[in-house]
Design a protein around this ligand. Sequence first.
Ligand SMILES: CC(=O)CC(=O)SCCNC(=O)CCNC(=O)[C@H](O)C(C)(C)COP(=O)(O)OP(=O)(O)OC[C@H]1O[C@@H](n2cnc3c(N)ncnc32)[C@H](O)[C@@H]1OP(=O)(O)O
Length: 425
Amino acid sequence: MRPVRPVAVLGGVRIPFCRQNTAYADVGNLGMSVRTLGALVEKYGLHGQQLGEVAMGAVIKHSSDWNLGREAALSSGLSALTPGITLQRACGTSLDSIITVGNKIATGQIEAGIGGGSDSTSDVPIVYGKVLRRRLLAAAAARGFKEKLAQFRGFSFGELKPEFPGVAEPRTGKSMGEHCEDMAKEWNISRDSQDEWALSSHQKLAAAYERGFFDDLVVSFRGVSRDNNLRPDSSLEKMATLKPAFDRSSGRGTLTAANSTPLTDGAAACLLASDEWAQAHGHEVLCHLRDSQSAAVDFVHGEGLLMAPTVAVPQMLARNGLSLQDFDFYEIHEAFAAQVLCTLRAWESEEYCRNRLGLAAPLGRIDPAKINPNGSSLATGHPFAATGARIIATAAKELKARGGGRCLVSICTAGGMGVVAILER
Ligand SMILES: CC(=O)CC(=O)SCCNC(=O)CCNC(=O)[C@H](O)C(C)(C)COP(=O)(O)OP(=O)(O)OC[C@H]1O[C@@H](n2cnc3c(N)ncnc32)[C@H](O)[C@@H]1OP(=O)(O)O
C-alpha cells in the first residue's frame, strides 16, 4: 500500500431540491444526476477530462438506470473513459460515495473523482408481484404463441396488483417516522423544541440564500432556482396547529409534517482530488476530508433506529484525538428535528455515554448556534441519496467563507446506521 495522502474537497453543486410530485416529477434519477454532474463539469472546466471515478447513488432506483454513476458520467461531458459506480447506504449514500472516492485518492489509486447521489420519490419502480413476474419471464422464454399463452393458465386479475417500494423497515414493519417517534418519547423530546428547531432551519436556509451563499452551489433546473420546500414565512403558531404525522392515536405524538423532512426529489455532487491534482489544474482546495466512520445500532432489539451517529462519532473522535467540542461548526442531517435533538441529548447523557458507548465521561454539550449554520434537511428537503453531497458541498464552502476551521458531519440512515466525517481547512 502507498502511504495515505490528504483528500482535497474542491467543492460541489446541486440542483434545487423539490418536494415529491412537483417540478421534477417526470425527470427521474438519471435526468437529475446528469444535470448535476453537467453543472459540476461546467463549474470546474472538466469537459473531456478523464477522472478516476464517478461514484453516485440512489436509494430508490429503476433497473433501467443501470449503473447510475456510469450512465450519468457518460452524459455529463466528462471523457467516456471515466469509470462510474453506484452505491447505496440509505440517507448516508452520497457521503459514502464521497468517502469511497476519497479513500481511492488517499491510497493513490486515483487523482480525482466525483461523489454524489440522487433520489426521486416521484418516479419510483412499481413492479408486479412474484407470480406474474414468473409468468412473464416464462412467456418471454417460450417458443411460439401457444406455449407463451400456456404460461398464463390459471391467471387471476389479483396478480396485477402493483408492488410499491417499501417505506417501512423490513425487520420491524415501522416507518422511519414511527421509529423516530419512539426515540422522541424515549429521550423526552418536546413538540415545541422540535418545531423551534425546524423553524430555525428554514430561517437559516432563507438567510443563506439571501446573502448569496448558494449562488455558486445551487444550479437552476426545470425553472426552479431555490428549494421549493423552503418556508421562511412559517411560524411556530402555524406549526403548533399540525396534527402528529406518525402517532395519531396515543395523544403523545410529536412528529409532524413541519418537523419531519418531506419526501423530496433532487441530486448533488462534489469534486475531490489529491492536492497535487488540484494544484496542477488550478483549483483551490476548499477543505480536506480528514476522516470518516460508519456504525450501526441494534434497532431490531430496541435501540433507536436513527441513533447510530452517536456511536460512530466517538469512535472517530478517539482515533483523531479530538473532543466533541473541538469543532467550529457541525452539520447534522435533520431527518427529523427529533433525531437531532435525541442525538444531542444522548451525547450529554452520563448514563448513555458510559453504559452504551463505553466512555469514561459524557461527550458533552454542543452550542446549538454552531449546528447547521446554513439550514439543513428540514428546510432544503431530503432526497435521500443527495443529502450527503449537499452537506459536504455546503460545509466545504462554509469552511472557505470562515477562512478555516473544522466541521463535524453526521448523517443517520435507515437500517440503523450512521455515517460521519471530519472536514478541515
Ligand atoms: C431514509 C434514511 O436513511 C434516514 C432518514 O433520513 S429518515 C427520514 C426519511 N424521511 C421520511 O421518512 C419522510 C417523512 N415524511 C413524510 O412521510 C411526509 O412528509 C409526512 C407524513 C411527514 C407529512 O406528509 P403530508 O401530511 O403529506 O405533508 P404536507 O401535506 O406537506 O403538510 C401537511 C400540513 O403541514 C403544513 N406544513 C408542512 N410544513 C410546514 C412548515 N414548515 N410550517 C408550517 N406548516 C407546514 C402544510 O402546509 C400542510 O398544511 P395544510 O394541511 O394546512 O395544507
